[in-house]
Design a binder for this molecule. Structure first.
Ligand code: APR
Length: 238
């Protein structure tokens, strides 16, 4: 097998699970504890902004207290190794945590936004935000309070970087999906896009996802085991 040079990797919350970050749909997941309609929709923010800020402040604090794991580190190592060989790793993540960045990954597309950024619903300014948000915060750009919201994509809103991702898949030698249940589109549809283009696909997950049958191959186990193992294989074959 020719070693892949241009790889698109899609990650979901499962890649951060062993860092201690909750996933969404596992038994003890976030949506077992919170109603997504109240905390992850524009309507929920309009109805109870304090509850939404509390939800994301709690998640931002939790993520600041954990570290990237071996899966995040392996993906950062692969990105650097491919770049040295004239290749490219495009890391498309559904996750809003910054663990890929903290592991050293650079070419990251956050489809669902980033917890450590805030945006003003009034003027759309986006700012770095590591501390708690509240409705009292005044936007530094338009000087209005009440509009600062987490820079995340809520249900019913348009995910980001979809065109860029489609372009990356078009030029890829391999599409790999890691730690996602395949529940949310358009991310869950990327494997079908790759397949239609004749791009080989692989799923690395704790268990087969909802669209597992669409993947060329699948390896199942803990991300901190299967991801480094796969990366070492790619590097050895390069
Ligand atoms: N190693 C590998 N995979 C794991 C691990 C682990 N240690 N732990 C859990 N998983 C897998 C689960 O088996 C599951 O398939 O990760 C997947 C997590 O699925 P979800 O909880 O549905 O999370 P995700 O796929 O990221 O959700 C997608 O849904 O609610 C929205 O915006 C939210 O970005 C999120 C999107």
């Amino acid at each position: 097998m020719r070693a892949p040079k241009d790889i698109v990797v899609l990650t979901g919350s499962g890649v951060s699970a062993e860092s201690g970050v909750a996933t969404f749909r596992d038994a003890d997941g976030i949506w077992a504890k919170y109603d997504y309609r109240e905390v992850a929709t524009p309507e929920g923010f309009a109805a109870t902004p304090d509850l939404v800020h509390e939800f994301y402040n709690m998640r931002r604090t939790a993520i600041a207290a954990v570290n990237p794991n071996a899966a995040h580190m392996a993906l950062a190592k692969l990105e650097q190794a491919l770049a040295e060989r004239g290749g490219r790793l495009t890391l498309v993540t559904q996750n809003v945590d910054n663990l890929h960045e903290r592991a050293g990954s650079k070419n990251i597309l956050h489809m669902h936004g980033e917890l450590n950024k805030a945006e003003c619903a009034s003027c759309a300014a986006v700012i770095e935000c590591a501390e708690d948000l509240s409705i009292d915060i005044v936007c530094a750009s338009c000087n209005r309070a009440g509009g600062m919201r987490p820079h995340v994509v809520w249900f019913g809103e348009t995910p980001r970087h979809v065109e860029e991702t489609a372009d990356a898949i078009m030029g890829a030698d391999l599409f790999v999906s890691i730690g996602t249940s395949g529940s949310v589109y358009p991310a869950a549809g990327f494997v079908a896009e790759a397949h239609a283009l004749g791009v080989p696909t692989m799923e690395l997950n704790l268990e087969p996802s909802l669209n597992a049958d669409l993947f060329t191959t699948g390896r199942y186990g803990l991300a901190t085991e299967v991801v480094p193992g796969w990366v070492e294989e790619v590097l050895a074959a390069s």
